[in-house]
Design a protein around this ligand. Structure first.
Ligand code: NAP
Ligand code: MG
Length: 493
């Protein structure tokens, strides 16, 4: 099998020491590809080329409409290759093909959105008290940006990082998760085809502790943008202090989905399932805590358990599949460990709670959709991000109790509320300490809308105008329209 290379300074290159990494399909744990495995050396090489490309150009000096042209071209190429990209994403990440297709479409839209946005007015002018000063603010790229992404949305996360970073004129170095580099490699083939100048966008393949850490710690990287676990986010933030890097972090969550008794029963039921079981629960914004009105609990949970047990779990390429496998055997074991912890702490499953090993499923990393009731707020399954198809149900008797349960977490990424009383819905959403909120829906994500969390779910926002802002420096310019002697120092004449 040919080793897939990384993309450094416009060339396809393998690691100097010949190290490689095998890439697997989580549906059957068969090998899909062999990729080169870079480390600190290759990352330093990429940083040096990004530094030169930023300091000498042409990418940052290019006018915004011209940079936008490259992004539009890339979006067209992604669209042209959408089917192939979606299939590769499904094979490598396990997610059902219908989800992978959404991701590819969203990635295309993200490049188009930022190509459009960067040509719209940026900056400010304002009047100051000094009548001869013309004052303005201009926005400029931050510089060399290290972008580290996780395995749950490999292509989409690459787009969320590269689209605003490149649109703003930065030189970007992307490091995908070690388990899911395949769509990133395809994306960089398209970046090469679109003809971006060398050093504008580079792809480093390697592990987090070597290649990723080198990006976070380098004195020549101006900004680090990270999506992944909170523990890693903490390490990256610490490593970034050396040169006071700009840091944006999109971390984990333990997001509540609150269902009031007056909600449309069928709508709330399906969204409660979608909130946790879409993407096998390997979603940072997953609705992993169902905060449910006691008044409807018996009926709702009976239906929820029945419907969740009916979810078709399997290989993502099978069109019947509604939920796929977990990313690796190790991650599956971690999730099974949480299920064990839930039981030993006294919670009870009303659905799932085990690995699926029937027939072909035995070869993959499949866990049944799992729902825990009889939970207590201090249980691990209620407090910690599991990142798998495991839902913890918490019951409430009043609006105040619903809000207080929902906010009782170190995280603050997302939250959903279901009620037919829109006043109550808005009132509750405004009390929730979370950055992404939904009323009578869960999970829709828009390129136009800022994405990110309160509390330990992160720092800063991606997407929307906020996402471009995070890749821009801010410079004030003051111009003296009538230069005249200041008369401050008598010795100056
Ligand atoms: P992770 O370790 O946080 O990985 C995310 C990215 O950071 C990967 O590219 C990883 O590289 C890299 N990385 C790891 N250690 C690093 C370091 N010291 N310095 C710089 N970069 C580093 O996440 P994971 O191991 O894939 O999963 C761990 C947990 O994170 C999950 O169980 C879940 O709770 C959470 N998670 C959250 C999200 C989210 O969207 N918020 C996404 C994925 C995972 P490697 O791939 O080489 O390790
Ligand atoms: Mg890791």
């Amino acid at each position: 099998m040919k080793t897939l290379p990384m993309f450094l300074n416009g060339e396809w290159i393998e690691a100097g020491d010949g190290a490689t990494r095998e890439i697997f399909n989580p549906s059957n744990n068969q090998m899909l590809a062999v990729v080169t495995d870079g480390g600190e050396l290759e990352t330093e090489f990429a940083i040096a080329h990004a530094r030169r490309a930023f300091d000498e150009g042409p990418w940052p000096q290019m006018r915004a409409p011209e940079r936008a042209g490259y992004l539009f071209k890339l979006a067209d190429l992604i669209e042209k290759n959408a089917d192939a990209l979606a299939k590769i994403e499904t094979r490598n990440s396990g997610k059902p093909l219908r989800e992978a297709k959404f991701d590819v479409a969203d990635a295309t839209g993200c490049f188009r959105y930022y190509a459009g946005l960067v040509t719209k007015p940026l900056g400010q002018t304002y009047e100051v008290s000094d009548p001869v000063i013309q004052a303005m603010v201009v926005r400029e790229p931050v510089g060399v940006c290290g972008q580290i992404i996780p395995w749950n949305y490999p292509l989409l996360m690459a787009a969320w990082k590269l689209a605003p970073g490149l649109a703003a004129g930065n030189c970007c170095i992307l490091k995908p998760a070690e388990t899911t580099p395949l769509t990133a490699i395809e994306l960089f083939k398209l970046i090469a085809e679109a003809g971006f100048p060398p050093g504008a966008a580079q792809l480093v393949l390697g592990s987090g502790s070597t290649a990723g850490y080198a990006l976070a710690a380098s004195m020549d990287v101006d900004k680090i943008a990270f999506t992944g676990g909170t523990a890693t986010g903490r390490k990256i933030m610490t490593a970034a202090t050396g040169n006071i890097k700009k840091v944006t972090l999109e971390l984990g969550g333990k997001s509540p989905c609150i269902v009031f008794a007056d909600a449309d029963f069928e709508v709330a039921l399906e969204y409660a399932m979608f909130a946790i079981f879409a993407g096998q629960g390997e979603v940072c914004s997953a609705g992993s805590r169902l905060i449910l009105d006691k008044k409807i609990a018996d009926k709702f949970l009976a239906r929820l358990a029945e419907a969740s047990a009916g979810i078709v779990v399997g290989d993502g390429l099978d069109p019947k599949t509604e939920m796929g496998p977990l990313i690796t055997p190790a991650h599956m074991e971690k999730v099974l460990g949480y299920i064990e912890a839930g039981r030993s702490e006294g919670a009870e499953t009303i659905c799932g709670g085990h690995r699926l090993t029937d027939g072909a499923l035995a070869a993959g990393n499949f866990i049944a959709p799992t729902i825990f009731v009889k939970t207590q707020p201090e249980m691990k399954i209620v407090r910690e991000e599991i990142f798998g198809p495991v839902l913890a149900v918490q019951l409430f008797a009043s609006e105040e109790e619903a809000v207080s349960l929902a906010n009782d977490t170190i995280y603050g990424l997302a939250a959903g509320v279901f009620t037919s009383d829109s006043g109550k819905g808005l009132r509750v959403l405004k009390k929730l300490r979370a950055g992404i909120t939904w009323l009578n829906t869960y999970h829709p994500t828009f390129n136009e809308a800022p994405w990110g969390g309160y509390k330990q779910s992160g720092i800063g926002r991606e997407l929307g105008t906020f996402g471009l802002d995070a890749y821009l420096e801010t410079k004030q310019i003051n111009i003296n329209l009538a230069p005249a002697r200041l008369g401050w120092f008598r010795s100056a004449g």
